[in-house]
Design a protein around this ligand. Structure first.
Ligand code: ATP
Length: 145
């Protein structure tokens, strides 16, 4: 029997499906959630969510959030989440450049602005790293020699 997985971000439903395992970046460490898992609530750090069935694996970036685990369903409420296949690399590069430039000009006493820029930099780096490492679209362009 599979486990239901729903990944919801602040502005959209990112994924819903029935899978065999959900791997989450819990703040206490990576967690593999199988069907019939005991109820649990955990916070998530920046990282990757992996959902697997026998035939496929999907990988999502998650910029923090919380996950509620029940025996038949995992619900992720993410601050932001994207399927790595859907990441817009040009947008993430623009966001990183903007954040880097802002970081060099922000006043050190403006802590809120500094933290917001730092978070934007971490989001863009996470998206760029994940898109480069895990996009299958890229891998399928390889030609076997
Ligand atoms: P930007 O400055 O480019 O908007 P951001 O980090 O401020 O980046 P968020 O506020 O984290 O963006 O996300 C807003 C929405 O846009 C979310 O739904 C998020 O999943 C999506 N999103 C952000 N960046 C990308 C990207 N590079 N590719 C695909 N979706 C993205």
């Amino acid at each position: 029997m599979p486990i239901r997985c729903e990944i919801v971000s602040q502005d959209r439903m990112v994924y819903e499906g029935d899978v065999d395992i959900v791997v989450l970046p819990g703040t206490e460490g990576e967690m593999g959630i199988l069907p019939h898992h005991a109820p649990l609530l955990t916070t998530l750090k920046f990282g990757l969510i992996k959902v697997r069935t026998k035939s496929e694996e999907r990988i999502f970036t998650v910029a923090g959030g919380v996950a509620e685990i029940q025996p038949a369903i995992v619900t992720v409420l993410a601050d932001a989440a994207e399927n790595v296949e859907e990441i817009d690399i040009a947008r993430a590069e623009t966001a990183r450049k903007r954040a880097e430039e802002s970081l060099s000009s922000v006043r050190t006493e403006d802590v809120d602005a500094f933290l917001a820029i730092e978070a934007a930099l971490r989001r863009s780096n996470l998206r760029l790293d994940a898109a480069k490492r895990f996009r299958t679209g890229k891998r399928t362009t390889y030609t076997e020699e």
